[in-house]
Design a protein around this ligand. Structure first.
Ligand code: ADP
Ligand code: AMP
Length: 242
């Protein structure tokens, strides 16, 4: 029997704070057997452990600004070198600037790899405010809940790992306003960056969590087939149908 060789699959979840990236990335990464690489979670882990990186990142996060590119890129490239990334990764919250997008593209190209798809969650401003205002997050596994839209079975406790739920300090109204501004200025231009590379798939993020999940799963399965085709034929990937 010939063993089936699958190339690594790298996908990006793009979208403003509160769009549902974390919610979807957790389920998709379990379904597809890929790690979820959330830069926000990595920074929060470093803050909890009081590492130098965490201390440096905290001031930016508290203000709702982006952590400088050199720090963020260094952290992601180090994470990607670990063996559990061999099958690929779902990036959640990275890249957020043009410099980060180029650094990721170059790092993957150096291993003859590339991004298979960028799923862009579209959610309107007012809905984002409501979602972030009611978000509760698990200290243990980073799962997201919402007081009205996605409440935990037991108040204050994570359904997945039993961890304690808390409200993020940067989910207060002033910091949220700044984070949304920063998104428009620095991250939204990445839509064009990835559209030019035929990788962008826009998904209506205002559907139910289940319907968004279904749309993302279909897009990622398509990306996986395209990646397999390219890997086996050594040809350029055909564009994603729009
Ligand atoms: P992000 O990781 O993009 O910042 P989250 O996944 O943490 O966003 O989701 C933000 C908030 O919105 C959470 O409270 C989450 O439970 C809720 N949420 C996520 N997706 C949906 C959805 N499709 N419909 C309603 N609420 C959602
Ligand atoms: P998130 O958990 O994705 O909402 O990110 C929380 C905060 O972490 C952001 O507001 C930033 O301060 C910081 N952060 C997360 N990812 C990045 C990134 N790719 N580049 C710079 N800062 C980031």
């Amino acid at each position: 029997m010939v063993a089936r060789v699958e190339p690594p699959l790298y996908c990006i979840l793009l979208g403003p704070p509160g769009a549902g990236k974390g919610t979807q990335a957790i389920t998709l990464s379990q379904d597809l057997g890929l790690i979820r690489l959330s830069t926000g979670d990595l920074f929060r882990e470093n803050i909890a452990k009081q590492t130098d990186l965490g201390l440096r990142a905290r001031a930016y996060m508290d203000r709702g600004e982006l952590v400088p590119d050199d720090v963020t890129i260094g952290m992601v490239l180090e994470r990607l070198r670990r063996p559990d990334c061999a099958a690929g990764a779902i990036f959640d919250g990275f890249p957020r600037t043009a410099a980060q997008a180029r650094a990721l593209e170059n790092a993957l190209a150096a291993c003859e790899e590339g991004i298979a798809c960028v799923l862009d969650l579209e959610v309107s401003h007012d809905v984002l405010i409501e979602r972030l205002g009611g978000r509760w997050m698990c200290r243990g596994c980073g799962a997201s809940y919402h007081v009205s839209y996605h409440p935990p079975t037991v108040a204050g406790k994570c359904d997945e790992c039993g961890g304690e739920l808390y409200q993020r300090p940067d989910d207060n109204p002033e910091t949220v306003a700044n984070r949304l501004r920063v998104y428009v200025e620095q991250t939204e231009p990445l839509q064009q960056f990835y559209r030019e590379r035929n990788l962008l798939v826009v998904i209506d993020g205002e559907q139910s969590i289940e319907d968004v999940q279904q749309a993302m799963r279909v897009a990622m399965e398509l990306a996986r087939s395209r990646r397999l085709f390219q890997f086996n034929t050594r040809r350029a990937m055909p564009p994603i149908p729009q």
